[in-house]
Design a protein around this ligand. Structure first.
Ligand SMILES: Nc1ncnc2c1ncn2[C@@H]1O[C@H](COP(=O)(O)OP(=O)(O)OP(=O)(O)O)[C@@H](O)[C@H]1O
Ligand SMILES: [Mg+2]
Length: 400
């Protein structure tokens, strides 16, 4: 594919719908994913702005957004609290969304404790679990409780939040699978033979815990109490008893989360840059997502260098004249040197554009369709106007 021409803004006739545009209009959950620093959070926020502009009541859940982006979304220092993006921010950006946009920093610091509180039948049971010595031991090895609870927050928003669409940002790819697979891992853990044996045995009238405390309490076990310096067995019995009560709720919820991430209404937006290592990771990540049954919605190549039109940078005479007009008093040698630097800069830029274009081609070939390209903007994206600028690219036709 030949690299597209500058200036991109001039090519802004109503573009045909692309897969992301379609997804924003029809899906309920869009998840941005990709390697570290490629623009996942920016893409999630930009998509959210466009979804609200298209008239869908939108919530965007970001993870560790850059401070200025957080400010633009009205998320100053707030964690785990959903807030409406101030309409005045939209107005300042010259935007008039058709529906409300809400934003939240996803709280990935929630703990196993919150999980117990969420799934225990009542506060008292929750407290009994939390106070239990075994729970304290168990909770440190309860892998993925944080990610699990983050996804539970997402589910609550999608299913009970009254939103038309939820846009979810994810941690960098190395941790993204941990995040996305948290429900699977939780189910595996709950199904693990150790837990099953313990809990099942507890559910029989003459359960393991009962037997341990009751008749079978032998010398060895009594000495365990002494060694651990506490009511070893009573605690174990309590733990098995009360933990069993949240087990079914937790399993059922895990199944729901697993289904949500793979639902027909859920789409992944995989983000990369044209950098070779990012492209390789993105292709690998795409295969991983597919193999786990997650649905791809679109491939975005962010921070693409756009090629300057032929002629710009090569017509030295015209440039020299333009420069002469700008620098009427500069001596000719200085002007010539400046011109040389400009030409070198443009050549280098166009070389990067050609390299980026090859990366896009490579992705298109691997993915079977042209990815959506977003140019490298000269400024950091720090307000709603900047997000909308990115958003317009995200919704314009691939290859356009
Ligand atoms: N198209 C673009 N042009 C210019 N700057 C961009 C563009 N896209 C993103 N950026 C900037 O790049 C930086 C990283 O973007 P962002 O935080 O969205 O990446 P990320 O993938 O979420 O990173 P992390 O993996 O750390 O979460 C930000 O400063 C953002 O403003
Ligand atoms: Mg991010």
């Amino acid at each position: 594919m030949t690299p597209p021409l500058l200036p991109p803004e001039l090519a802004a006739e109503a573009p045909p719908r692309n897969p992301l545009h379609e997804a924003l209009l029809t899906r309920r959950l869009i998840i941005t994913a990709g390697s570290g620093g490629v623009g996942k959070t920016t893409t999630a926020a930009a998509l959210a702005v466009e979804a609200a502009r298209l008239g869908r009541r939108t919530a965007v859940l970001t993870i560790d957004p850059a401070r200025r982006l957080a400010n633009a979304l009205g998320l100053e220092a707030l964690t785990g609290e959903l807030r409406r993006v101030d309409p005045a921010h939209f107005e300042a950006a010259g935007l008039n969304p058709q529906a409300e946009l809400w934003a939240m920093m996803l709280d990935t610091k929630t703990t196993g404790d919150q999980m117990v509180r969420r799934f225990a039948p009542d506060a008292e049971t929750a407290q009994r679990i939390l106070d239990n010595t075994y729970y304290k031991y168990f909770s440190t090895s309860l892998s993925g409780a944080q990610e699990y609870m983050a996804i539970e927050q997402v589910r609550a928003l999608v299913e009970e939040g009254g939103f038309d669409i939820v846009i979810l940002d994810t941690p960098p790819a190395v941790h993204a699978m941990d995040f996305l697979e948290a429900p699977d891992r939780m189910l595996d853990a709950l199904d693990s033979s150790a837990i099953q044996v313990l809990v099942k045995s507890q559910r029989t009238p003459d359960g393991l815990a009962g037997r341990l405390i009751g008749k079978g309490r032998g010398l060895v076990l009594r000495s365990l109490d002494r060694m651990t310096g506490g009511p070893f067995l009573e605690d174990l019995a309590t733990f098995l008893g009360v933990f069993g009560t949240i087990l079914d709720a937790l399993k059922e919820a895990s199944g729901r989360l697993q289904a949500l991430l793979r639902a027909e209404d859920t789409r992944f937006c995989l983000v990369t840059t044209p950098k070779r290592s990012n492209v390789d990771e993105a292709m690998h990540f795409r295969a991983e997502l597919a193999s786990r049954g997650f649905r791809m919605g679109a491939f975005v190549v962010n921070r693409v260098h756009w090629r300057y039109p032929d002629g710009v940078g090569s017509d030295a005479t015209a440039q020299a004249k333009a420069l002469a007009a700008l620098l009427p008093d500069a001596d000719p040698a200085a002007r010539e040197a400046l011109l040389g630097r400009m030409r070198a800069g443009l050549r280098a830029h166009n070389a990067m554009a050609a390299r980026d274009s090859r990366a896009v081609d490579r992705l298109a070939e691997a993915a079977g369709s042209a990815p959506i390209r977003v140019p490298l903007l000269p400024l950091d994206v720090r307000d709603l106007a900047g997000l909308h600028r990115i958003g317009r690219w995200l919704l314009s036709a691939p290859g356009g």
